[in-house]
Design a protein around this ligand. Structure first.
Ligand code: ADP
Ligand code: ASP
Ligand code: MG
Length: 419
């Protein structure tokens, strides 16, 4: 007997027909004699719809109330899956985030899980009852509902898997594994048998939304075995225990598996960033701190930052990126700080995309960045900002050139599958 956490994303849960297919996969796993907990997302599109309601109600909405609204999508699918499992003759019940509870901090809309109470859950699973847990949801110490940030059901699944000491956490989605890049953008993307935690963490953090970044960080910290695989399979497809998808593994495991290591593991694109430029900021000590300190206080994650060298008159332009979802709050804060900072104009731009290449091989090889710059230049793609880490290079470009840039780079780094 094993203990397995199965997570199903929004596309897999979109409508009663698909939920029935999910229920069949869950039933098949449970019939192997395993203890099963299922974590579900809202139906595809539902969370977007709920987010838009909040924005329409007030662009500067209270994040605590936003959480009350957007947590609802997962409540519906968890109940529906429990009903469907029961209809298939399975013993199943739902466990809402506040019922378990899943304890989080109070950073509403992007809360972090602290701990999960599992006594009752494990006792119930031990009787053969399948636990259906809505992803994305949590509860603060003050009993306020929280959500874990977009894509957060992946993190719920890994956190539950860590808390119940599951043998494996299977993340079922609408593709059959992790690819060298989004297979919807590049048809010749290659499926990876395995990818290391470190590389997956970096890929996720730069926009490969197949796994939420925090879920990978948590899996790495807690040593959770994670597999990404497809829920769109028929009864004759190999079962999850035979590892048909992509396993997230340690460096050591990858070496033992003797998977040939490429210089670049993958390429990611992120269209959810916004660029903000502040013009004519005084070029003096403390000016930059005046910009970023209030943003940090408001929990806004700033990413790429460029400060142009002041040309004359002791003034400089400062450009940075932040998530588009935070843009309204970000501009509001900066407008309130205008006198303290002393800038001239605030120019927001949402028509940008961040393209990143990721690979551990970069640590020991020079030239990755220059290949990126020259390949983009050959296609006349202009680079607006650059950032790097030990195993990643990212550039900011015009959003309209996203697909072209990803294809060009996929080919340039020799990642295209043979056909
Ligand atoms: P779910 O609703 O199951 O959580 P997501 O839409 O969040 O699914 O994530 C799956 C999607 O991630 C795929 O449909 C694919 O378009 C996208 N994706 C982006 N990068 C990759 C990659 N490197 N490998 C696989 N899928 C990727
Ligand atoms: N439903 C949430 C979202 O769309 C969480 C998830 O699907 O992981 O972001
Ligand atoms: Mg997702």
């Amino acid at each position: 007997m094993a203990r397995i956490v199965m997570k199903f994303g929004g596309t897999s849960m979109a409508g009663t027909e698909r939920i029935r297919r999910v229920a069949q996969l869950v039933k098949r796993q449970a019939e192997r004699g395993d203890e099963v907990a299922v974590v579900v997302s809202a139906m595809a599109g539902d969370t977007d719809r709920l987010v838009n309601f909040c924005r329409e109600a007030n662009a500067l909405y209270d994040p605590a109330e936003y959480d009350v609204v957007v947590a609802a999508g997962e409540q519906i699918t968890s109940g529906l899956l429990a009903i469907t499992l029961q209809a298939l003759g399975c013993n199943a019940r739902s466990w809402l985030g506040w019922q378990m509870p899943i304890h989080t901090d109070d950073a509403h809309a992007k809360a972090r899980i602290g701990s999960i109470d599992t006594d009752e859950l494990l006792a119930s699973m031990g009787t053969g009852c399948i636990a259906v847990i809505p992803g994305f949801q949590g509860l603060t110490d003050n009993n306020r509902v929280t959500t874990l940030g977009r894509g957060g059901s992946d993190t719920s699944a890994v956190a539950v898997a860590a808390a119940v000491k599951a043998d494996r956490c299977d993340i079922y989605t609408d593709v059959d594994g992790v690819y060298t890049t989004d297979p919807r953008i590049v048809a010749r993307a290659r499926k990876l048998k395995a990818v290391t935690y470190e590389e997956m963490l970096e890929l996720a953090s730069v926009g490969s939304k197949v796994l939420q970044t925090r879920s990978v960080g948590l899996a790495m910290k807690e040593g959770v075995r994670v597999q990404v695989l497809s829920s769109f399979i028929d009864e004759n497809a190999p079962d999850a225990d035979s590892i048909p998808g992509t396993m997230i593994v340690t460096d050591e495991e990858l070496e033992n598996a003797q998977v040939e290591r490429q210089l670049i593991t993958g390429i990611a694109a992120d269209k959810n960033e916004a660029k903000i430029t502040l013009t004519r900021v005084p070029d003096r000590p403390g000016a930059v701190a005046h910009i970023f300190a209030p943003l940090a206080d408001a929990n806004i994650n700033v990413d790429m930052i460029i400060q142009n060298v002041g040309r004359d008159k002791g003034e400089t332009d400062v450009t940075f990126t932040c998530p588009q979802a935070d843009l309204a709050r970000c501009t509001d804060i900066l407008e309130n700080q205008r006198d303290a900072i002393g800038y001239n104009r605030l120019i927001p731009d949402t028509k940008v995309a961040k393209i990143s290449v990721v690979g551990v091989g970069m640590k020991s090889h020079a030239g990755v960045a220059s290949t990126m710059f020259s390949s983009l230049a050959d296609r006349k793609i202009n680079i607006q900002a650059i950032s790097t880490s030990e195993i990643k290079v990212s550039v900011l470009i015009d959003e309209d050139e996203t697909e072209l840039a990803v294809r060009v780079l996929h080919t340039a780094y020799g990642l295209d599958a043979d056909r």
